[in-house]
Design a protein around this ligand. Structure first.
Ligand SMILES: Cc1ncc(C[n+]2csc(CCOP(=O)(O)OP(=O)(O)O)c2C)c(N)n1
Ligand code: SF4
Ligand SMILES: [Mg+2]
Length: 351
């Protein structure tokens, strides 16, 4: 058995959102991941975010690769579209699906092995193309599913459960995403739902390539002293740059901000990102400053979290390709064939 279905009966007193669904409607099958795995906490944050955003479950397309992390979509939004692709190949399938039907909400879930090792090339290209999606990497620094080999995000010098030191330099997914052209980049920790839920909500509302690197400890193979992806290490070294409040565009905005303590960013859909600065003056719309701050954190052994970079005037793949508003999979022959006269004009222009 690969999954255990949950009973369909709901308690009648469960609160419903504006779309008429309870939080339970955003759940999936019972998780078969190890008890305490960070991935389950991220699934819970996704469920909470989608419930609070009043998303219609059947409008979500969740795609993943292979790994414990890539199994996670089975455990949330059971009534959505799902595609478990080949290891490291989720981005190309997601790009194709998004091109065919721009009307779905695309949610990619991947692991550090899936995205930073075998799938690094695909990861780079989905970011630079600006596919309108939320791409979450559940980052534990190991290949959990295949029993704990170092992945490409394991820090140099990080110690494996068997006591071996990682000799290789690590890939920082946040730096990669910013460099490759993602227009919304954040990092969080599976154990910090107060930071993670609004980040996911904001990412889902972003028009363009939104990337979230979520440190997600693997309790079976990478949660010991010497691991830089353990619960203890991340709690001790977490440096939150800001706290995000997400305010939907359709709600009346009543919050007042103290000068110097908060900043706001308005996205395409009218939603407002309210950022409470924690301790330092950080502007997430400054790409160069974001890259500098992330690199400073890496050098200091900090796990810099929060909304790191956002381009509020981002464009997505469809805007770049100038496609029509209607989903391409809904176009009929009459829409697609320009007629003999137009074809002759095109042919003549090529002679
Ligand atoms: C083409 C291919 N190569 C290798 C594997 C074996 N494999 C399965 S999952 C995995 C790594 C998963 O690591 P990650 O993406 O970090 O997920 P985690 O299990 O840690 O959440 C590997 C190497 C595979 N399934 N397919
Ligand atoms: S092996 Fe690690 S990543 Fe996989 S389910 Fe267990 S704790 Fe999670
Ligand atoms: Mg992993």
């Amino acid at each position: 058995m690969t999954f255990i279905a949950k009973p369909k009966l709901h308690h009648p007193s469960l609160v419903k959102n504006k779309a008429g669904f309870t939080r339970r409607d955003y759940e999936g099958a019972v998780s078969t991941l190890c008890a305490g795995c960070g991935h389950d906490s991220i699934s819970a944050a996704i469920i909470q975010a989608c419930f609070e955003l009043d998303i219609l479950p059947h409008q979500v397309a969740k795609l993943s690769g292979i790994g414990c992390s890539s199994k996670a979509p089975t455990y949330f939004i059971g009534a959505s579209h799902g595609f478990n692709t080949v290891h490291g190949r989720m981005p190309s399938v997601m790009t194709g699906a998004n091109l065919a039907n721009r009307d779905l909400i695309y949610l990619g879930v991947s692991g550090d092995g899936d995205s930073a090792s075998i799938g690094l090339g695909q990861f780079a290209h989905i970011m630079r193309r600006g596919v309108n999606m939320t791409y979450i990497v559940m980052n534990n620094g190991v290949y959990g599913l295949t029993k704990g080999q170092f992945s490409a995000t394991a820090d140099k010098g990080s110690i494996s459960k068997k006591g071996v030191s990682n000799p290789d330099s690590s890939i920082d997914m946040v730096s990669m995403a910013i460099l490759m052209g993602a227009t919304f980049v954040g990092r969080s920790f599976s154990g910090d739902k107060h930071q993670l839920v609004p980040l996911i909500k904001a990412a889902l509302s972003h028009k363009g390539a939104a990337f979230l690197d979520v440190i997600s400890p693997c309790v079976a193979f990478n949660n010991h002293a010497g691991s830089t992806k353990s619960y203890e290490y991340v709690r001790e070294h977490n440096e939150a740059l800001n706290r995000l409040d997400f305010i939907e565009g359709r709600d009346e905005i009543t919050t007042e901000y103290e000068p110097g303590t908060a900043t706001t960013v308005e996205q395409h859909d009218g939603s407002i990102l309210r950022l409470r600065k924690l301790g330092e003056d950080y502007d997430p719309s400054d790409k160069i400053a974001a890259m500098k701050r992330v690199q400073e954190g890496l050098a200091a052994g900090e796990v810099v979290t929060g909304l790191l970079y956002v381009d509020p005037s981002s464009r997505d793949l469809h805007a770049n390709l100038n496609t029509v508003e209607a989903p391409l999979n809904s176009l009929q022959t009459a829409d697609l064939c320009p007629g003999t006269a137009a074809l002759e004009r095109i042919n003549a222009s090529l002679r």
